[in-house]
Design a protein around this ligand. Sequence first.
Ligand SMILES: Nc1ncnc2c1ncn2[C@@H]1O[C@H](COP(=O)(O)OP(=O)(O)O)[C@@H](O)[C@H]1O
Ligand SMILES: [Mg+2]
Length: 301
Amino acid sequence: MDAAIKTEGLTKRYGSFVALAPLNIEVQKGEILGYLGPNGAGKTTTIRSILGLIKPSAGRAMIFGLDTQSNKVEAHQRLAYIPGESTFWPNLTGGETLYLLGKINGKIDKKYMTELIKKFQFDPTKKVRTYSKGNRQKINIIAAFMTRADLLIMDEPTSGLDPIMEQAFKECALEARANGQTIFLSSHVLEEVEALCDRIAILRSGKLVELGTLPQMRHLSALSVEATFETKPPRVDHIKGVSNVRVIGHQLTCQIRGPIEPLLAAIIAGHPKSLLSREPSLEELFLSLYGGEKINKDQPQ
Ligand SMILES: Nc1ncnc2c1ncn2[C@@H]1O[C@H](COP(=O)(O)OP(=O)(O)O)[C@@H](O)[C@H]1O
Ligand SMILES: [Mg+2]
């Protein structure tokens, strides 16, 4: 059975700059793959190369076994794509734009389109040039989901959406998966990927640095531990794997990488009043991968 997406050494260079190092990735049918990376990591370059919208410097990409350079038309019939940046016809209304996008794609589920318009609280009667960024993004999202395409390739689809609409997006994505559709979702919004994706790929400076399920990636980061004591907290900074120790009054917080027993033993010996440990969020995973490099969550490009 052909994968929904398969790349073989897919590479993109601009002069001597490597925007995408040879990428080998397979997205299985029916899964949601999160493609995470900070701005400039190469997410859009990857997507455009996969789609055959830019010519890869080397390698190839297949959609359901169809090469997207030599079989572009057939490959594109199986998918819907939300571009990172889109320009629409400014003088058409939202409804007319959806109609045209549907025509271009060839098949749309009209009933579902009406449901989507309602779900995203989208007013299709206004001219596109009057829409906010969020409303223009809704056009992209509705246009993609209404096709019920086998594969949805989405480049930062929720940029510009408010939290309620982000929730609506998540519901649609999960519904699409339940329907057997496959989603390639690029994002630098960590919570989105955490909530939705079966597997996560992390891209940094054009290179795939991680690929796996969320539980598979947790080992990369530390476990956060917080304990409160009746008196001064015990010393733990000498314990192997412990880092970021902070003591404020009677409260101790730290992170532990590797076996946690020695830390727990030290805490218990200090007679804790409360103990909290939690798995790291994806944001913390990023931090452990990228060190102090800040991820900009508020300014999608
Ligand atoms: N046409 C181009 N010419 C030269 N460099 C480019 C071009 N398109 C993208 N890049 C560079 O490739 C890198 C990856 O960009 P992009 O794929 O847009 O990242 P992302 O989508 O993850 O934010 C960036 O450093 C960007 O400046
Ligand atoms: Mg991009």
